[in-house]
Design a protein around this ligand. Structure first.
Ligand code: 5GP
Ligand code: MN
Length: 317
């Protein structure tokens, strides 16, 4: 087991970062760890570097102190990489490269471990759950518990997806004993959408196309549609899950335009297609039931290429 406090005991400056376009798990894990280290190592300076996360996470303690700019810094004594490998850190990668000690904590099977110390557990449902496992129970408090809980609900779809284990539920039970308002947090951070987010979701569903005899579905949102609704990529979170919810769908694909002839692709499957394999083929990664990648070409090029690999996965099963 990795001893977080021992690894940091001599550190004066500690940095924490996670993947670009940070999701709930990434934000929960980073801020949970940030709070814990600040509390247990009051002499150390601890900083979180992340692209600006969605405002729905602003209630998590430490949200306002996240650095979303990446100025030149003295090398960190310890630098944590959470919920990804160094390849998805974006601008924060420069801190990783110069740090004296790097600790990579992740649950992505596609991550071979990029730190000088690695704690990679693909069988665990979220990075927040991993951080919880590494913390000493008597040092937890309500704010730390809330950060971890939000991370867990986001990556497990509120304890629904197959990455939820009995142990995940037991940890959830322990966490809600700290007394935060979990029904409201689930509603406001996971289910609630703004009017514009709901409209673009409706549009994506309306324009979706089924293929491979209806067991796959795809929808795409182009830049001009995003501009029309005045939405950013983080407003599109959750659309792919709604596509997968459609009866008969084994594999759902959602793509949005991220550049000229470039699409960010999200993949979800129900029980057969290993989408991590499909995404990895195109340079991305993720989990068997949820993965992603970035692809070049027209929408039709992308979907033709994806469809070949999805069909191959379907034939395997
Ligand atoms: P989402 O579709 O929600 O963006 O991502 C689903 C899962 O796949 C997440 O665990 C996410 O970290 C992973 N993922 C998404 N895009 C990429 C990518 O481009 N590269 C890698 N390695 N993982 C990705
Ligand atoms: Mn995660």
């Amino acid at each position: 087991m990795l001893d977080l406090l021992k690894e940091c005991e001599e550190a004066g400056r500690i940095g924490i970062s996670g993947h670009i376009r940070p999701d709930g798990d990434c934000v929960g894990a980073c801020l949970g760890l940030w709070q814990y280290l600040k509390k247990c190592l009051p002499q150390a300076q601890v900083q979180v570097f992340l692209e600006k996360p969605a405002d729905i996470f602003e209630e998590i303690k430490g949200f306002g102190e996240i650095c979303s700019e990446f100025p030149e810094e003295e090398p960190f004594d310890v630098f944590f990489v959470l919920d990804c490998g160094a390849d998805r850190l974006g601008e924060a990668e420069k801190y990783f490269r110069t740090a004296n000690k790097t600790i990579n904590i992740d649950h992505h099977i596609s991550n071979p471990g990029s730190g000088s110390i690695n704690y990679i557990r693909p069988q665990v449902g979220s990075s927040s759950e991993l951080i919880y496992d590494l913390m000493e129970e008597d040092k937890l408090d309500r704010d730390i518990a809330m950060a971890i809980y939000i991370g867990i609900i986001h990556d497990t779809g509120v304890f629904q997806y197959s990455n939820t284990s009995p142990a995940t539920m037991e940890k959830g039970a322990k966490l809600i004993r700290y007394g935060f308002d979990f029904p409201r947090l689930i509603q406001e951070t996971f289910y609630q959408k703004t009017y514009l987010q709901a409209q673009i979701l409706g549009r994506a569903l309306m324009e979706s196309i089924r293929f491979l005899n209806g067991c796959c579905i795809v929808s795409v949102i182009d830049r001009k549609v995003m501009d029309f609704y005045n939405v950013e990529p983080k407003d599109l979170d959750g659309i792919v899950n709604q596509l997968r919810n459609i009866k008969g769908v084994e594999c759902a694909i959602f793509m949005y335009q991220s550049g000229v002839l470039e699409y960010k692709v999200s993949l979800r499957s129900s029980e057969k297609v290993n989408v991590a394999e499909v995404a990895a083929y195109f340079g991305g990664g993720g989990h068997a039931r949820a993965a992603g990648c970035t692809m070049k070409g027209t929408f039709h090029d992308c979907i033709n290429n994806l469809s070949l690999h999805i069909e191959r996965e379907l034939l395997k099963s």
